[in-house]
Design a protein around this ligand. Structure first.
Ligand SMILES: [Zn+2]
Length: 497
């Protein structure tokens, strides 16, 4: 049995679940579901990033402790993903003891190997925040974003990671493993960055206490990005001696947005090399979803609320649209108008109507029994190339292609029915029942192939077409004979509210 380990970024708990994070979750979930269908042993991990100064500040503003604050905010993410049918196997919170001890053990190993050293850190400091800021975070390049007062240049002793020592090894790694970053444009971006040369980076702060403390010098905590990346090891039991780590690492697929590519594809593999473990095998980099060519943002008021779509239509509708709208890895436009258009055309019309027609015609012309597939194991719709195309696309992390191939099977079923015209033929007519049997089998295959995108509807299609209601999708064909009954539309037509 093959192993399939996939992760999403862990989300900063001060934010809200939004379309971008939902997009990452839905893609990772679809890949995890696909590999479960293949019979692989799957580990799908997501979670929340809960340390850092801004979280401590937000907690103080709300009059609660940082721990109370992150308990509350983390739960919003877990709840949202539940509503979108995200089937994660583990939900990591960076404040959990298992994570704190993994961070300390992993970074101690890097320290022991001589890649962490103490030096003077010079930065822009707000005395009221007791924190450093990057110049880009300041208002007008000079004022604290919290207090609106000028920051001052300060210096303190910090621990640094010797990132520059891994410059050549990283270049060599990516040159030898060009498939480690997809799409390929992102690989070139990383190589370009590496060829400019890396500098060492400060990885601890002594002015903050909401973080994981440095085990060899408790005056310091690790910088939040350092702590967060290590969740990918916590989830597979790094250092716990159970053997899980050896089973899952390094053949991991890290799904991430292109805005956090450098942290993931430069810092993180260098940290792994420094600790004496292999770098992660694969980065799957998503593009941005744009509205009329612009990034969604609160200030532009052009956001699509994924939770509202899931409750107005269904989680399947949202999932289908996001997986189908753009090729994986590319930027692409999304809008509520196109979401409703795709929903009505593909799900309500092509797929939903065909299921209803097969059921209704089987009741009228076949005595209410599910029509048998002509020859079990045959290719009743001539759909083999489509089936193979969809499988290949799912295996290659191309959900849009996989869905397109599956929907082409559905459309082939529609065409066959239009040609056979069972509604014009008498009850029990052999040709009609043959056509209905073929279409029923085509719908079964399509439901399996679409199930990573629309898990609830796929199971419902199985039930409605008499393929057994045990809540399990099957790859192999089955005989007919089950009793069918009319039900309300699978995807009722909808108009944007
Ligand atoms: Zn300040």
């Amino acid at each position: 049995m093959a192993n399939f380990y996939i992760t999403t970024p862990i989300y900063y708990v001060n934010g809200d679940p939004h379309l971008g994070t939902a997009y990452a979750e839905i893609n990772a979930d679809a890949f995890a579901r696909w590999h479960r269908l293949l019979g692989d042993q799957v580990r799908f991990v997501t979670g929340t990033d809960e340390h850092g100064l801004k979280i401590a500040q937000a907690a103080a503003e709300h009059g609660v402790t940082p721990q109370e604050w992150v308990d509350r905010t983390s739960e919003r993410f877990r709840g949202a993903w539940g509503k979108l049918d995200i089937s994660f196997d583990d939900f990591i919170r960076t404040t959990e003891p298992r994570h704190v001890s993994t961070v300390q053990e992993f970074l101690s190993e890097i320290y022991r190997r001589g890649y962490i050293y103490k030096d003077l850190y010079v930065g822009l400091y707000c005395i009221s925040c007791e924190a450093y800021y990057q110049e880009s975070e300041l208002v007008d390049g000079k004022d604290c974003p919290v207090h609106g007062r000028p920051v001052t240049e300060m210096s303190e002793e910090n621990y640094f990671f010797a990132l520059s020592k891994f410059n050549d090894r990283l270049i060599e790694f990516y040159e030898n493993n060009p498939g480690a970053i997809t799409p390929e444009t992102r690989l070139h971006e990383v190589l370009g960055f590496l060829r400019q040369g890396l500098t060492d980076i400060s990885i601890t702060r002594s002015s903050i206490d909401w973080g994981v403390s440095v085990p060899w010098d408790e005056q310091h905590v690790f910088y939040v990005w350092y702590d967060a990346l290590i969740n990918y090891l916590t989830a597979v039991g790094y250092g716990d001696g159970s053997g899980a780590f050896e089973q899952w690492w390094p053949s991991v697929h890290h799904l991430l947005g292109k805005d956090i590519l450098r942290f993931h594809a430069v810092w993180w593999p260098a940290m792994c090399m420094a600790a004496g473990i292999d770098p992660p095998a694969h980065f799957l980099v998503t593009g941005w979803m744009l509205v009329n060519g612009e990034k969604m943002s609160k200030s532009l008021g052009n956001q699509i609320d994924p939770m509202a779509v899931a409750s107005d239509l269904s989680s399947d509708a949202l999932r289908y649209y996001l997986l189908r709208a753009n090729g994986f890895g590319l930027d692409g436009d999304v809008s509520l108008e196109s979401l409703y258009r795709v929903y009505n055309a593909d799900l309500a019309n092509d797929l939903g109507n065909l299921v209803s027609r097969v059921v209704a015609l089987s009741i009228q012309k076949g005595g209410g029994r599910a029509p048998a597939v002509p020859e079990i194991g045959s290719d009743p719709l001539g759909a083999k190339p489509l089936l193979e195309g969809s499988i290949a696309a799912w295996n290659a992390f191309r959900p849009m292609d996989a869905i397109d191939h599956a929907m082409a099977i559905v459309r082939a079923g529609n065409s066959l029915l239009e040609r056979a015209e069972p509604w014009r033929r008498p009850e029990g007519d052999a040709e009609s029942l043959d056509a209905l049997g073929r279409v029923r089998e085509g719908l079964r295959l399509a439901a399996v192939l679409l199930s990573p995108a629309i898990p609830k509807a796929s199971l419902e299609i199985f039930v409605r077409l008499g393929f057994g209601g045990a809540g399990e999708l099957r790859w192999t064909a089955e005989a007919g004979g089950a009793t069918l009954e009319k039900r309300p539309p699978l995807f009722p037509r909808a108009v944007a509210g």
